[in-house]
Design a protein around this ligand. Structure first.
Ligand code: AGP
Length: 607
């Protein structure tokens, strides 16, 4: 989720690049940098922190030139420090690269290049691209990039400049992550998001996967993944500036819901070796001895992150057999919690700034517990107090209602459970990893329910109460569905374990109360079905999210939202998607401010 921009043309490049970065700053802001080609050599400036730091640096150390690239970073590989900021240069100082995404096989390539004598000075996967392209470079940058590409696996976009190019040129690659080119008169632009270009041109070319583009003052040349020169259609964008920031969606929340296939992929990419079955993290290492000494795990969180923790309990207990306790951050430190060095405490917080969670983590640390943060925002408070960090790679989440931050937390908890299993010396079966590889596609499949959920929203937006039901690993998803509806539509909603209905809430059921139920999983499908029969017998209106054949729910469901099946442990990540869509569409129909619901804040830094 980094922001990237590039320019070639007659105008001074640095102000143009900075203006583009300003429009992309919301995508990531742990560091920023710019590289230009000046008198045939690469010159760059980078600074840790927000863009203003880079602007100050450039005021005292100016750069000039007529072509270059610039970047705002949201760290994935390597700490958010200046050394790891982009643009990253190769060991011979010939190539500078900016990059958004992840090179999944960067480690074997890095080892090979190191053996060939290439030095590495950052912790980034990007440096592999710089050195690899440089190793192929003979004055034609686009050709060098095309030669390097087949070796790189993953989803990414990047832009490069080189010292020693035969003419002014910027080269761009799109491999799964968006990249758009802007066409001007005698000048060309590129960016990860059209928002960065539209002040200068509305004529754009969207690259396709595998495309390599060469931008010169005269124009743009594009080669497809097979190396064939191709033409891509020129489009005229008529978006207004606000629509542009939201990627064409009406709200950030909608954009972020739709970013989930990519966000879940980014969260496991580069951490799982699908060949060997090995799991490794950048900033979290627990030795086999440490993990063997653990007796319990405690997960601390608030709100949506607390729901993720409830799913995490299932995952960790199932995959490691270690007992797991889940606590609200706001409750943990107001009793005398039991924790010591035999307890692994994981503070789960998207923002990493939620004071309830951070203070609960402090309380655990004071008791000598092993402390890990699971967070989305690099350098946030939770990440600073923990001994290790497991980052979700969701990218910035602007909508107050968590969507992609939640699904990526579930992916990270699955990885953590597998990692603990590995460190306990237990095998990681192939099917556990195969399910993960299939996940982004399954999430994309669930997004196709958008029209069906909108039909339901038309019906449900006048409801005064909605009940969400689930069992087992789907019960936290019922809680999350209810929370999403509450916070963005202001409709009263409750999540309940389906099996508990008969102990009280069934008294609420009549033809006016819509019920949204989650029915999946080998262990609970039939049980949930029986619970729904009890609801139907009392005239309840039932909507079911399932990974089964809808025909299996004949007679118990008024509406079935059928999602792709993954595996029982990952199914919550797919099942929550239609609940997010439904809450969003109901909120929009009720005219609520879905991105900034009343009374709420994105990070809650008060107790
Ligand atoms: C989720 O939609 C909410 N905005 C809220 O419950 C949130 O999850 C909670 O405040 C915790 O935030 P955190 O993950 O940043 O700690």
């Amino acid at each position: 989720m980094c922001g990237i921009v590039g320019y070639v043309g007659p105008r001074p490049v640095v102000p143009l690049l900075l203006e583009g970065l300003r429009r992309l700053e919301y995508r990531g802001y742990d560091s920023a940098g710019v590289a230009v080609v000046e008198d045939g050599a690469i010159a760059r400036q980078r600074a840790e922190g927000k863009l203003d730091r880079l602007v100050e640096r450039l005021a005292s150390h100016p750069l000039s030139g007529r072509y270059g690239v610039a970047h705002t970073r949201w760290a994935t590989h390597g700490k958010p420090i200046e050394r790891n900021a982009h643009p990253v240069t190769d060991a011979r100082g010939r190539v500078a690269v900016i990059h958004n995404g992840i090179v999944e096989n960067f480690l074997p390539i890095k080892r090979r290049l190191q053996a060939e004598g290439w030095e590495f000075s950052t912790d980034t996967d990007t440096e592999v691209i710089a050195n690899l392209v440089s190793s192929h470079f003979d004055g034609d940058l686009a050709a060098a990039v095309r030669r390097a590409l087949p070796e790189l696996e993953g989803m990414y976009a990047c832009a490069l400049v080189a010292a020693g190019s035969r003419e002014d040129e910027v080269v761009a690659v799109r491999q799964g992550t968006p990249l758009v080119l802007g066409v001007g008169a005698g000048e060309q632009f590129l960016a990860s998001d059209p928002a960065a270009l539209l002040a200068h041109t509305r004529d754009v070319v969207f690259l396709e996967n595998g495309d390599v583009a060469r931008l010169t003052r005269e124009g743009i040349a594009i080669w497809d993944a097979t190396g064939r020169a191709v033409e891509r259609p020129l489009q005229r964008l008529n978006w207004d500036p606000i629509q542009i920031e939201k990627g064409g969606f009406k709200h950030f929340m909608a954009k972020e819901i739709h970013e989930q296939p990519q966000a879940v992929r980014d969260t496991f990419a580069g951490r799982v070796d699908f060949e060997s079955g090995e799991i490794a993290f950048d900033w979290l290492e627990l030795s086999r001895e440490t993990v063997a000494s653990l007796r319990r795990v405690q997960l601390l969180a608030c709100g949506t992150s607390w729901h993720a923790a409830l799913v995490g309990k299932f995952l960790i207990e199932e995959l490691t057999r270690l007992p797991v306790e889940v606590d609200y951050g706001s409750e943990y430190r107001y009793r005398d919690p039991i924790a010591d060095a035999s307890v692994l405490v994981v503070g789960i917080s998207q923002s990493g700034e939620t004071i309830d969670t951070v203070w609960a983590m402090e309380a655990a640390r004071e008791r000598g517990a092993r402390l890990v943060a699971l967070a989305n925002v690099p350098g946030s408070q939770a990440t600073r107090i923990a001994e290790g960090v497991l980052y979700t790679h969701a990218g910035p989440e602007i909508g107050v209602a968590s969507t992609k931050a939640f699904t990526t937390q579930l992916v990270a908890l699955y990885l953590l459970a597998l990692y603990l299993r590995q460190q306990l010396g237990r095998p990681i079966e192939r099917e556990l990893l195969a399910a993960l590889a299939h996940l982004p596609q399954a999430v994309a499949g669930a997004l196709e329910l958008e029209r069906a959920t909108d039909e339901l929203a038309r019906e449900l937006h006048t409801a005064t109460d909605v009940l969400y039901l689930g069992r087992g690993i789907q019960y936290p998803i019922a809680l999350e569905g209810a929370l999403k509806l509450k916070e963005i539509s202001y409709i009263h909603a409750e999540g309940y374990p389906a099996g508990e209905m008969k102990h009280g809430p069934i008294a609420l059921i009549d033809e006016h109360l819509p019920i949204v139920a989650l029915a999946s999983g080998r262990r609970t499908f039939e049980k949930v079905k029986s619970n729904l029969q009890e609801v139907k017998a009392r005239d309840g209106r039932v909507i079911v999210v399932t990974d089964r054949d809808p025909a299996d729910l004949d007679g118990v469901a008024d509406h079935v939202l059928a999602v792709p099946a993954v595996s029982e442990l990952l199914q919550p990540i797919v099942n929550v998607v239609p609940l997010q869509l439904l809450a969003y569409q109901i909120g929009v129909r009720r005219g609520a401010d879905v991105d900034q619901p009343r009374n709420l804040a994105k990070s809650v830094t008060v107790e």
